[in-house]
Design a binder for this molecule. Structure first.
Ligand code: PRX
Length: 648
């Protein structure tokens, strides 16, 4: 082991875990030496109507990529998450819902009740004209109906596209349009931290520009006033009332699409990441079991929103496929106070808690008091996801939240990967704070230099994955060429993640962050190009360039350099308008933290913006600006430095 502090696996955890260190080494080796044999065995973990005989058909070419897993088998994701558990778990709790306001009652939904509601909604969707392969957009708050809607789609073979409830009407519209969704499922209003979010109103605005939408189904959450469009609008509860609860799950091919989920890239519009059915379920259920060492009867709480991949894989599909009790929490960590998460853990006896470093950092700032008011005795395993965790936050999570007894799994993965790829296993992997540690079974991470040469040993480079895994995305909806171009053209024969990483002398991976123009703000992924496009919509703006900079709480903050049209005045009011336009066009998560009015941007003589220089200035690091003499106008750099925005 290296000099860095390591936290050994607690003996008691290792003794009772699915996998201890020798078993991890053995299983990992087997998964690499004989992937077909390994996945033939583990593919059986889910329920198949018709068992597969073919395991894998994968080609990573520079201009031709196809990925198929278990492809002659048939299955259904909703059947796996619900029906298969009915014989022995009908009355067990599938979903615990904890509302935003602790004074409102929590709900416990059994597998039997979930079966009934999902079946009714599935029939209701059919009655609205939704069939196999049709797309349904879901724009919901964190209420159980969000999961029901996803599962109802899966039951009839419709493809869901969940859009995060924090996105603006314009962002929703472009996602509905790209997916050509027939139906949108939403709620009257969302509730977060005591604040209402006008989801139905946003949907109305969005749908006005979406000719594909034939129906809007609305859950009554708050009872707040909404506009009604006769002929198009339906109440969710009325759709259920009218529908039969008898809806056998559709037999789907393993490779039929399960969902589309939009995510940001370094260029262009968000991409519709497409996941299919069989491989995704094998991967999410298997990682849920092994990475969190889930045992039957445990309560699992992933604090993500269902609008992100983490919510798809570890609130809905992974846990429910394993028959776990999954917690859906409507609120936020600091409402009504900073003890909220820990109180929820005590109230529902949560055993496994999975959250983002940004939440840990925010709660750490509140001190130990709000934590120590609670017992957290039920906790066994802790997890993090979404961004690198700084060692200080890791230690606080470990010592204060977990009282030094709960292993932490720092899980690295992406929307594209479907499920976790690099992670400790609680019973097997000694932890090092800040490292996502070692690959999951079947995953072959490699580091390459910018020319694509493989780098061996302790080193750092661009993180690629050398072979496929069952949960890998299959394509970008409607644009396979962009899929190939984005992920496979840079380093042919390998999937390029967009992340940089370091590998230490123990083979542990330390993710250093994106090497492309993608930002990670509070664990939310955003393309700089999207924010720039929003800024230049303002009629006083001539040009904009956006970069990330280190931010204590958010991980990365958004720094915008804006060049105004000639003669426009640089005012505070205008600065605010620019922040607001990002909020309106994309959503509150895209609001720049700092806006600097600039007279020019550092460009090469061929007109390319030197983002590296902009990043350095935003980072307040002028020592390594590199050679600026090749710039078309080297003088702009001094001007940018002089007018850099102060940061707290
Ligand atoms: O940069 C990595 C970071 O989040 C990116 C993926 O974002 P998204 O598709 O939104 O999915 C987030 C949740 C799976 C990655 O390219 N990231 C994710 N997990 C970690 C991480 N960075 C460091 N450590 C992690 N554990």
């Amino acid at each position: 082991m290296s000099q860095v502090e390591t936290y050994p696996v607690p003996q008691q955890i290792a003794d009772n875990a699915w996998v201890d260190e020798p078993k991890y080494n053995k299983m990992y080796q087997q998964s690499i030496d004989d992937p077909e044999g390994f996945w033939a065995e583990h593919g059986k973990r889910i329920h198949w109507f018709k068992p597969f005989t073919q395991v894998k058909d994968v080609h990573f070419g520079a201009d031709d990529v196809h990925i198929r897993w278990f492809y002659d088998g048939t299955t259904n994701a909703a059947y796996n998450c619900i029906d298969q558990h009915l014989p022995h778990k009908k009355d067990d709790t599938a979903i615990i819902w904890e509302p935003d306001d602790p004074r409102e009652n929590a709900r416990h939904i059994s597998f039997g009740e979930l079966h009934e509601e999902v079946s009714r909604l599935a029939n209701g969707l059919k009655a609205l004209g939704v069939g196999k392969g049709d797309r349904v957009s879901i724009y919901m708050p964190m209420i159980p109906e969000a999961a029901t809607a996803m599962l109802a789609c899966a039951r009839i073979g419709a493809v869901h596209s969940v859009v995060f409830g924090g996105f603006s009407p314009d962002s929703l519209a472009s996602r509905i349009q790209d997916a050509e969704a027939k139906v949108v499922i939403t709620a009257d209003e969302g509730l977060r931290g005591g604040r209402k979010i006008p989801l139905k109103q946003n949907t109305d605005e969005a749908v006005a520009n979406c000719p594909s939408v034939q129906a809007v189904v609305t859950v009554k959450r708050t009872g707040g006033g909404i506009q009604w469009h006769d002929g198009r609008d339906h109440w969710y509860h009325e759709v259920l009332e009218k529908a039969s609860s008898d809806c056998p799950a559709e037999e789907m091919s393993a490779e039929d699409p399960l969902f589309i989920l939009y995510t940001s890239g370094s260029t262009g519009k968000p991409k519709g990441v497409l996941h299919t059915t069989g491989g995704y379920l094998v991967h999410t259920s298997m990682t849920h079991q092994y990475v969190f060492d889930y045992h039957d009867g445990e309560v699992f709480w992933c604090t993500a929103d269902v609008g992100w991949i983490t919510g798809h894989s570890y609130i809905v599909y992974g846990p429910l496929a394993n028959g776990a009790t999954t917690v859906i929490f409507e609120g936020v960590p600091n409402y009504p106070n900073a003890s909220r998460h820990w109180e929820v853990i005590d109230k529902h006896k949560v055993n496994i808690y999975y959250t983002a470093p940004t939440a840990i950092r925010a709660l750490m700032r509140e001190g130990n008091g709000p934590v120590e008011k609670t017992s957290r005795d039920s906790l066994r395993i802790l997890g993090t996801v979404g961004e690198p965790i700084n060692p200080e936050a890791w230690r606080w999570y470990h010592e204060v939240i977990g009282k030094g007894k709960c292993p932490i799994v720092d899980t690295w993965w992406q929307t594209e990967t479907g499920g976790i790829l690099i992670t400790p296993l609680p019973g097997a992997t000694p932890a090092k704070p800040g490292s996502a540690t070692l690959p999951f079974f079947g995953v072959k991470p490699v580091l390459v230099d910018n020319e694509g040469n493989h780098l061996e040993g302790a080193t750092h480079g661009n993180l690629c994955i050398a072979d496929s895994w069952p949960g890998q995305m299959r394509t970008i909806h409607g644009d396979h060429e962009r899929f190939v171009q984005t992920y496979f053209s840079m380093y042919p024969g390998r999937y390029f993640t967009g992340d940089g990483a370091r590998r230490d002398e123990d083979g542990y991976f330390w993710i250093t962050g994106r090497v492309d123009d993608v930002l990670n703000v509070s664990g939310h992924r955003m393309g700089t190009a999207e924010i720039e496009s929003a800024l230049v919509l303002h009629d006083k703006v001539a040009e904009a360039a956006v970069v990330g900079y280190p931010h204590d709480l958010k991980g990365q903050g958004i720094y915008a350099y804006v060049i105004l049209n000639a003669g426009e005045e640089e005012t505070e009011a205008l600065r605010k308008e620019l922040v607001d336009i990002c909020k309106k066009e994309i959503g509150p998560i895209a609001k720049p933290d700092l806006v600097q009015f600039a007279s020019g941007l550092p460009k090469t003589r061929s007109g390319k913006i030197m983002r590296r220089i902009l990043r350095k200035i935003a980072e307040d690091d002028y020592s390594s600006l590199g050679d600026t003499s090749t710039l078309a106008d080297p003088g702009v750099v001094d001007d940018l430095i002089e007018n850099r925005q102060n940061r707290s």
